[in-house]
Design a protein around this ligand. Sequence first.
Ligand SMILES: *Cc1c(COP(=O)(O)O)cnc(C)c1O
Length: 390
Amino acid sequence: MRDTFLSFSLPLIGAEEIDEVVAALKSGWLTSGPRTRQFEQDFCQAFGTPAALSLNSCTAGLHIALKVLNIGPGDEVITTPMTFAASVNVIEHVGATPVLVDVEPDTLNLQPDAVEQAITPKTKAVIAVHYAGHPVELHALRSICDQYGLHLIEDAAHAIGAAFDGQPIGAGSNLTAFSFYATKNLTTGEGGMLTGSAELLERARIFSLHGMNREAWSRYSAGGKWAYDIVEPGFKYNMTDLQAALGLQQLRRFDRMQARRRDIVQAYNSAFRNHAPFLTPTTRDHVTNAWHLYVLRLRSSELTINRNQFIEEMTARNIGTSVHFIPIHMHSYYRDKYNYHPDDFPVAHGAFQNMLSLPLSPSMSDQDVADVIDAVLDIRSKFARRRAAA
Ligand SMILES: *Cc1c(COP(=O)(O)O)cnc(C)c1O
C-alpha cells in the first residue's frame, strides 16, 4: 500500500506557467488586458470556436448566457439532475424555473426524448452538460431545440477538447461555457470561457463588466477615452491577466495533458472491465471523450459492501476519490422547493448510489496509476460476493 495520500485531482503546473505569471506580474497589467485577449484568441484557434469571452468562472458564463438570451421569471429551462449545482443555480438566479429530466443509463447525459417530453409553452432553453467529458447527443438536442424554438446552452465544464461527430465542443454558434477551476482539464485556478457567435458574445461581454458599453457612449458624444455608458445592470465576471497567464501556458500543454489522461483511462479500463463488480465508462463511436472524470460504477449485487464503504476502503488505502454528482433533486433547496423524491429520476439516482470517481490527472505517475488499480482490485478480492458453485 502507498504511504502518501493520492489526491483525487492535482493540477499539472510547470515552469512555463510560473514564468508566465511572473511576467504578467512584472508587466504592470494585472486585470483583464493583453493576456486575457491573447488567451481568448488562442482558445478560439485551438477549438475552432467562432468567438470567446474569458470570465472568472464557468458559473459566470452560464449566468450571463441566460441573461443574454433574456431568460427570466415565467420561463422554464430544461436541464439534467446529474450535474454540479452551478448548472441549475444560475436558472434560479435569473428567476426562471429549472425543469429536470432523467439521463441516459450509459453516458448519464440528458436523454433527448425526455427533453422533448418536458417541453411546455414556457420552455425557453435547454442547458446540456457534457457529463464527465462525454458529449451529449448534440444533433438530436439541436434538432429538438430548432423544432421548438429553444436556445441550447452547453455546460462544457467537463468538455474542453471533446468533440461530437468530429466537431469540437464550443465550435457551434450557441453559447457554451467552459471551466478552468482547479480540478478541470485545463486550469487557471478559477476561471471560465464563454464561446458562441460574435453577436451573442458582444452582449455577453457587456454583461461581464458592469453592463459597461464604450461604443454606446461614443455614438452620442465626441467623448474622450474616459467615457462609458451603463446599458445594463451587469456583473463583475471578468478574468484577470494573472489567470490568463496560466491559461495561455496550459493551452500549450493541453494536447499532452489529454494524451496522458487517455493513457490512464486505458490502464483503468483494461484492469477493471473484466471484473463482474465493475461497470467501466462507455464512449460512443461518434464522439471524442475529454475524459474529465473516470467514473467507476459498482454492481452492488456483486459486492458485499456498498459505495460508501468502497470509498472508505479506498481512503484506507491512501487513494482519494470523489462522487460526481449528488443529483440536483436530492439537495435540500431543490428537494423542498420542487417537492422532489429521490426516485423521480431513477437513472440518475441509481447511478449516484453506485458511482465513484477515481483519481485522473496528467500529474499522476505510472506508480500512482498502479496504486489506484491495486487498491480497487484488492477491495474487489476482499468484498466480491462469492457464488455457490453450480
Ligand atoms: C465545475 C463545474 C461547473 C462550475 O465551474 P466553475 O468554473 O467553478 O464555475 C459547472 N458545471 C459543471 C458540470 C462543473 O463540473
